[in-house]
Design a protein around this ligand. Structure first.
Ligand SMILES: [Zn+2]
Length: 139
């Protein structure tokens, strides 16, 4: 569900203690939108479950993106960041453990970058590397 301005979002009953609507909203900083946010409870349930497994903070580099911000940062035209997807920083995490846990918790779009893990929930599972990221995932 698209919220045009995250400040207008009624967060009463928010049940995902490790995340806030603001950190999952567009990070363009008001340049191209008023703070778009996409509310998806199922996605948040999976993210919170992953956070519990990881046992440490999941830093969201990128969550929802407004249209202009998405193209500005080089996102795919039909990127799930236009609805809800997250890029989680890999700092402080064992990347392989985080990947396995993400898969276990129902994330089906798995983008393996050098410094972050992209997660989304799509009907047909997909897993990919970003240019130059493959070696960082070899152990
Ligand atoms: Zn924006």
């Amino acid at each position: 569900m698209l919220i045009e301005n995250v400040s207008d979002f009624d967060a009463d009953g928010w049940r995902w203690p490790h995340f806030t609507p603001r950190e999952l909203a567009c990070h363009c900083g008001g340049r191209f939108c008023a703070g778009e946010y996409w509310h998806a409870p199922d996605f948040l349930d999976a993210l919170e479950a992953l956070r519990a497994d990881a046992g440490q903070p999941l830093i969201v580099n990128s969550g929802h993106r407004c249209a202009i911000w998405n193209s500005y940062v080089g996102g795919a035209r039909f990127s799930l960041h236009r609805a809800m997807a997250v890029d989680i920083s890999l700092a402080w995490h064992d990347r392989h453990m985080l990947l396995a846990a993400a898969e276990q918790h129902g994330f089906t779009g798995l983008g393996l970058a050098k410094t972050f893990l992209h997660l989304d929930r799509r009907p047909r599972p997909a897993r990919w590397f970003y240019p130059g990221s493959e070696t960082s995932w070899r152990t």
